[in-house]
Design a protein around this ligand. Structure first.
Ligand SMILES: [Cu+2]
Length: 127
């Protein structure tokens, strides 16, 4: 019964968090999961994203670097923006990414914990 209550409350929290965000995306690599959100709709230019990172369902304490890039296209050179995310505690990180044009941006999240294996999660953001 306690488990059911916990699941139910988690669902309510997940739904309300999803509604509060203008952008939301999930990605994972093995048991490391990341939940990416933005309070404002994602547009070309500077965007602030929050990253909630867990490994084996536990909040991750690590150095987190985000790389956003777009390969060269006809008439456009390759674009890249790499930033170190700020830790907000309890597995939550924040970073401002400059997505200079509309299109599909490849996103790589580099996670370097104080001990244990480094990991990299790949995803993409369309705008
Ligand atoms: Cu482009």
């Amino acid at each position: 019964m306690k488990t059911l209550t916990t699941i139910f409350l988690t669902l309510i929290l997940a739904v309300s968090l999803a509604q509060a965000s203008a952008f939301s995306k999930d990605a994972k690599y093995r048991t490391t999961k990341i939940h990416i959100t933005a309070e404002q709709p994602v547009t070309s230019g500077s965007n602030t994203f929050k990253f909630f990172i867990t490994k084996d369902a536990k909040a991750v304490d690590a150095e987190v670097t985000i790389k956003a890039f777009m390969p060269a296209m006809p008439g456009m050179p390759a674009m890249e923006s790499k930033v170190k995310a700020t830790s907000l505690g309890n597995g939550m990180y924040e970073a401002k990414l400059n997505l200079a044009m509309s299109g599909t941006w490849q996103i790589h999240i580099f996670i370097t914990p104080k001990s244990g294996k480094k990991s990299r999660i790949k995803t993409s953001i369309n705008l």
